[in-house]
Design a protein around this ligand. Structure first.
Ligand SMILES: *[C@@H]1O[C@H](CO)[C@@H](O)[C@H](O)[C@H]1NC(C)=O
Ligand SMILES: *[C@@H]1O[C@H](CO)[C@@H](O)[C@H](O)[C@H]1NC(C)=O
Ligand SMILES: *[C@@H]1O[C@H](CO)[C@@H](O)[C@H](O)[C@H]1NC(C)=O
Length: 346
């Protein structure tokens, strides 16, 4: 504002000053309105980085096809490596399915030596399988596939389907998992989809499931009223044209969800009515909503931890079911702590 405008002396100047202020306020309001309507996620105070990304938005919208937020599903994917009879023969109470990248053999070995080795828990059979897609890059070579085949023959815990294994294709992986479970595990009560960088207390999980409903049951870290992220910088950005509502229906975080074995078939049925979006846990939530099945809150909100709490008491690892770790390497140490806590009578 000009320095000489003091808004004091003659009436004429005073009135003009008020007009100036009013126009200024109006322009500020307009600017804020424009920023907010461009991006519902924008928070106050505005930060310059966000504004810069907003100014790039129209460009992104024009160049990025809406199709890139959907995945190629349903589609008749084929298994390249399978364990077609194992689940039927073993009739486990609980099956753990771990989506993992093909080249991440290290994570598979760590899991085989930690929670993956818990195969008889509270008198119930538990088994695990790793779920892989086709490797991109150099790992997709014949030599790599042969190495994978050896690993599969040694451990009999690898399922590999022929879709491209990528972050944006995780929904395909999840749906292929439901297909596999519904056709291979007819004598199994529960399954859990669990990521490879998670601590899992199998004993506590089986204990929970022994008291859980046998049908229409899905639990884990339940998310309600989650905002749909409209900020392009977000890993989970979703355009209005793909998902118009501002909030997602309730869903269970993808880090690990447990479900009764009547659900795979129902979710697969819903998937032919709802176009598959790339955020896999949200998509499962959409299918559940379509089937009119509600997700179940765990009996104790702290059982499925989305992150490691800063303060952990001496019995932390025996008191939770899941906790997200930094990576699967950390699981080696944490598993040691868990075993110590179990032995110390926690
Ligand atoms: C704008 O968006 C395009 C397409 O996503 C991207 O390649 C480019 O780097 C962005 N520019 C800025 C300044 O963020
Ligand atoms: C199903 O599993 C139970 C044990 O969980 C077993 O006793 C029963 O024989 C199995 N049935 C079939 C048809 O495999
Ligand atoms: C997802 O998988 C499909 C089927 O294999 C493939 O055509 C597509 O390119 C993959 N998308 C990404 C982003 O990897």
């Amino acid at each position: 504002m000009p320095k000489n405008c003091k808004c004091a002396k003659p009436l004429g100047i005073k009135v003009r000053c008020w007009w100036l202020l009013l126009i200024l306020f109006f322009l500020m309001g307009l600017a804020i309105f424009i920023f907010y309507s461009l991006d519902q996620q924008a928070s106050w105070p505005m930060n310059p980085w966000r504004i810069r990304s907003l100014s790039n938005q129209s460009y992104i919208d024009v160049t990025t096809s809406v199709d890139s937020y959907f995945v190629e599903y349903p589609h008749p994917y084929q298994f390249l490596m399978d364990e077609p009879n194992r689940c039927q023969e073993e009739s486990p109470f609980l099956v753990l399915i771990i989506p993992v990248e093909p080249h991440n053999q290290e994570a598979r070995n760590i899991i085989r030596n930690t929670w993956g080795k818990e195969t008889m828990v509270l008198g119930h059979v538990v088994s695990h399988y790793f779920l892989l897609g086709l490797s991109t890059e150099g790992y997709g070579t014949k030599a790599f596939q042969e190495e994978l085949l050896l690993e599969s023959q040694r451990h009999h815990d690898i399922l590999q389907s022929n879709f491209v294994d990528s972050y944006k294709n995780l929904t395909i992986k999840t749906m292929v998992m439901f297909e596999w479970l519904s056709t291979h595990c007819s004598n199994t009560s529960y399954a859990m989809k669990i990521d490879s960088d998670i601590f899992l207390n199998v004993q506590k999980l089986v204990d929970l499931l022994l008291k859980a409903p046998r049908q229409h049951y899905m639990t884990g870290h339940v998310v309600r009223d989650a905002l749909v992220l409209r900020n392009h910088d977000s890993k989970w950005f979703m355009p209005v044209s793909v998902f118009p509502d501002s909030r997602y229906p309730p869903y269970v975080l993808g880090l690990g969800y447990v479900f009764s074995l009547d659900l795979p078939r129902k979710i697969l049925g819903a998937s032919s009515h709802i176009r598959a979006v790339y955020i896999e846990d949200v998509y499962v939530g959409l299918c559940m909503k379509h089937e009119g099945i509600e997700v179940t809150d765990p009996p104790d909100g702290g059982l499925f931890q989305a992150g490691m709490p800063f303060y952990r008491n001496g019995c932390y690892w025996t008191s939770v079911i899941t906790t997200i770790l930094k990576n699967s390497k950390q699981l080696v140490d944490i598993w040691g702590l868990y075993e110590t806590q179990t032995q110390s009578g926690c």
